[in-house]
Design a protein around this ligand. Structure first.
Ligand code: SF4
Length: 348
């Protein structure tokens, strides 16, 4: 790949190697006046990600391209210092979306080379990309539109045909996965955390404001702060525009119905997703709620684990076998605490 492309795709292996070969020390990146523009752009990059869109403009000249390229490792340091998995996902999604907007206009030869960096087995024939079905399933798994279902594709000899734009969309998923996977950085050098501290504090404040707005959603009689990690995480993903896998979408919807949320309240939750379709979503929620005669229960923890929907257990998770038991236990503990508090107040 040509060096001038690295600024647009700084997360590919060749771009990282190029940055390493430039021999710029961490100290220089953090302190040198020569890299001030890169740092400013890095901060901007993260703040834009928080707002949902990293803006990319045409780069003029080598100096601007270098600043854009170096702004990426600096932005990653900031995200690592924020050290919040939800924020990391938001950042990874915004980077991947920004890359997709450029990728979809690249020529097929470039896209094939780009795919190789992600070990995606693909060929280009006539006007279509032909992808091995295992790669196809891997990267289309979280895309909700039924058009992505394997049963709705031209599928021959274990290969799936996709358009150029669809291939770029799957590459977006591959990029998101890569960025998310390599963050947070396990050991952040002290000089980095000290340097980043003021920016990180500002970013965290903005993120907290967004989270408050998020939880200001009408959950009706339900107490969302007592949701188990898997459901909390799924709602956070929906709210930040990340597509849920079908099995998680089902688990979240059936859980929310079971704890007492109404169909309309759940519909409002999904209303933020970019490919939200009111009628289709309403139909799915109503179907799970039993409007067609069969009321579905949320899956147990074992099933959640099988589908990869159980995210890091907390202490209470280790004692329960069902996400609903988690919620009920937390409500029980809260009421117990309240009772004890009242007893102490009344001097019993
Ligand atoms: S252990 Fe159960 S309740 Fe806890 S995160 Fe996993 S699936 Fe959810």
């Amino acid at each position: 790949m040509q060096v001038d492309k690295f600024a647009y795709y700084p997360f590919i292996s060749e771009a990282s190697t190029h940055v390493e070969n430039l021999g710029i020390s961490l100290d220089s990146l953090l302190n040198s006046r020569a890299f001030r523009t890169a740092r400013v752009r890095g901060i901007e990059r993260v703040k834009e990600a928080l707002e949902g869109e990293i803006k990319k403009s045409h780069l003029f000249g080598e100096a601007q391209a270098l600043s854009e390229l170096l702004s990426y490792p600096f932005a990653r340091m900031l995200v690592a210092c924020v050290n919040d998995s939800l924020f990391t996902r938001r950042y990874a999604l915004a980077e991947a979306k920004a890359a997709y907007n450029i990728l979809k206009n690249e020529n097929p030869t470039f896209l094939l080379e780009f795919g190789e960096d992600f070990r995606i087995s693909v060929e280009f024939k006539d006007t279509y990309f032909i992808m091995h079905f295992t790669d196809y399933i891997h990267f289309s798994n979280s895309l909700k539109d039924p058009a992505w279902k394997l049963t709705n594709r031209t599928f021959r000899a274990g290969k799936v045909s996709i358009t150029k734009e669809e291939f770029a969309r799957l590459l977006e998923e591959a990029i998101r996965e890569r960025i998310d996977h390599f963050l947070p950085i396990p050991e952040i050098p002290e000089e980095v955390s000290n340097f980043c501290a003021p920016y990180v504090a500002e970013i965290k404040d903005q993120f907290e404001i967004q989270k408050k707005k998020f939880w200001a959603t009408d959950f009706g009689i339900v107490e969302p702060e007592f949701f188990p990690p898997c459901i909390f995480h799924a709602i956070a993903n929906v709210k930040s525009g990340v597509n849920l896998a079908h099995s998680m979408r089902f688990a979240m919807t059936s859980f929310l119905l079971s704890v007492g949320m109404s169909v309309d309240e759940i519909l409002n939750l999904f209303n933020i997703s970019p490919d939200f379709g009111t009628e289709k979503t309403l139909y799915q929620i109503e179907h799970i709620s039993g409007s067609t005669g069969n009321k579905y229960k949320p899956p147990a923890c074992d099933t959640m684990r099988t589908y990869g929907n159980c995210i890091g257990k907390d202490r209470l998770c280790k004692k329960i076998k069902h996400p609903l038991s988690y919620y009920e236990k937390r409500i029980y503990l809260k009421n117990k605490e309240k009772e004890n508090g009242n007893e102490i107040e009344q001097g019993k």
